[in-house]
Ligand binder design. Sequence first.
Ligand code: SDX
Length: 469
Amino acid sequence: MSKETKEITELILKAKAKALKETSSEAEPELTRPIKWPTDCIVGPGLEGAIACETKIGYVNGSKGWLIYRGYNIFDLCAYSTFEEVSYLLLHGYLPNEKQLEGFKKKMLLFSHIPNTKRLLMGFPIENMKPMAALRMGTNLMRQEFTDVDKYGYLSNIANIISADEDSIPMETEPMGEEHAIYEFKRKQLENKIKDDLKHAIGFDSCYHLLAGVPSLTGVVARIRDGHLPLEPKSELSYAGNLIYMITGREPTSVEERVMDIALILHADHGMNASTFASMVVASTLADLYLSVGAGIAALNGPLHGGANEKVIEVLKDIGSVNNVKPWFDKVRAKKGKIMGFGHRVYKAYDPRARVLGPLAKYLSKGNPEAKKLFATANALEKEVVSTLGKEKRIFPNVDFYSGIVYSSMGIAPDLFTPIFAVSRVAGWTARVQEYLRNNRIFRPRAMYVGPFDKEYVPVKQRRAAKKS
Ligand code: SDX
């Protein structure tokens, strides 16, 4: 392990110790329990508080500031794991052994080569499009090129497809210790087999395909917009390393690669957030995985969900220096304005992701004067907000507050921050769709009708100027 990797691991473990200490006085969370349907829960507007389903994928505790993936706390996963391992964990429910991890990486690398889809995407005016809109189009092009779902539709029983897909993963799988060797395919057969497996556009192969393809699509958007041709991923780079390479056109330093890897782990899943819910709603109608991931990308495109980290960089540049932080903050506060990168629907404590991204941003900004200035301003703003709104309204930094400084330090343009968020969240979106489909029930909440009844119909000729009913 290099000196820098060791330092990064240490700063994560320090953040973990700080989190445990600062939240030790918070009441222990009510233990989670299996749901006996129909169940009661207090629901607010926008389904706030509603329980949509059971899950074993991820747990978010707002008062303790906990984030747990499949039983592992996020600090440990950031300190010791990789995004490839964590994606496998989210999708399959257990950390892969060496053989499973190698097979997964091999398949991901194969799926990340989508030259034809990239060529088709370049045929659109993506240089004039919001990157997230281009990304969503790219997932549709992948769907058209690699699946025959419009021709074959779905196999009758979803569970068969999913288990069949699990069987078709060309590697040893030992779920819970059983050993059943599947198949090793030579590259050609594997490609045909993959095309065959993907044709129904559901199941693990499609999850892998999207997880591997969305970074490649992000690379196309970044490169075309900068007037360059897209790059193919390199087999010697990791998933995180290839993401930086395909976006910036240069191989990352080992520190950048490790920091991006951790940032991707942090963004992979986050309970029933708007984009995860959107992808599950679409999948619950048995629309395929490509369309449900497209729905997740669409939801994440909204500024209340994705994009706050872009705005944070604008705000920090607008503030300009540490000395301007207090006057800027007092002005915003007087107008009861919202400060980007702060607050959260669930966290009323520090977002654990911000606890990790903050020190990473500081670490990465060493030797980068521009990033160093951004970090110093951010850190001063954090102190102002936490010492006031933190106390009054439990407003703390969220995942978006420092992530922009991390990506800017790598030379990544702000409008690519949310596509990077989407790249990572494909793991959570697809894992939760797979889990929900095993016990599928189309989402269909209610809306309380509060309008009038028994209105008399008046033919249009006799209607005077319409008046509000
Ligand atoms: C993500 O759901 C997820 O898990 C999302 C996410 C994920 O990983 O998927 O975590 C990713 O979306 C992170 C959030 C990124 N967005 C921002 O940083 C934008 C700024 N944040 C706010 O828009 C807001 O905090 C929300 C939307 C994130 C959450 O808002 P809520 O829970 O709906 O809170 P609210 O709007 O009802 O506000 C409650 C009070 C209000 O004050 P009062 O009217 O009661 O006096 O808190 C205040 C708000 O004014 N408040 C803020 C604030 N956020 C809430 N005040 C100042 N700055 C803020 N950022």
